[in-house]
Design a protein around this ligand. Sequence first.
Ligand SMILES: [Zn+2]
Length: 247
Amino acid sequence: MGLWLAMLFSCGSDPDWFGPAPVIPDAVCAPSAAVPAHAGVRAVQVQLYLARGQPAERASAYTQWAAAWWRAHGIELVGAGRWRRTAADPILAGDAARLPADPDAAMTEVVGPLSQAMRRRTPPADQVDVVFLEHLARPGSPASQWFTRLAGLSLSPALLQRSPPDDPAVTLLTALGLDEPFTPTVFLDLSVLDALPQERARFVMAHELGHALGLPHTGEHGNLMGPGFPRCAPALTAAQHSSLRLP
Ligand SMILES: [Zn+2]
């Protein structure tokens, strides 16, 4: 089960992210493909939620960097400066004393709060929800041991449609029992983000928004959706630009 979970929640759980390797934020790994001239800017409504008790300044740096990065790549995040408050409960938990031995049943229990959180969300709308929590995994719970240093988690109908049936993202959404359509939602862990070097932490929200907009991982180093952590300003390919314009 451990490997399966690691694949499922690989965003930000790579130990490399916390290592000493240098990052040169303003260096470009490889030039991004140009935004298609005919495409123009795509406006995406974003609704930000901040867990009760968390100061807005704690999340604003991540938001501003992600919004600037996406604006430079042809996506305008509309409303990214407005906040609403939301519940502060972690979305991954489980009770170690009562965790079922069966892996599927254990997974269902651990993601139970996430399933409930998604069902509480606003009705499906043409927007992306971004939720900042102090912790994604409840400290001391089995989830906190399985998902150490989990920086972000994204759920997206578009990502689901573009992923093969055996993709872990499909397995997760099946386990959650969510009926489409639902609002694409990014969950971010402020305690993990704050522990990262800032030049790394600021990539996370941009990356997770890529998932929310339907972009899967790629094997290309230096890409926003690539493996590990970018050593320099991440890029998008022409194919990704085209994919972002699909409904
Ligand atoms: Zn990812």
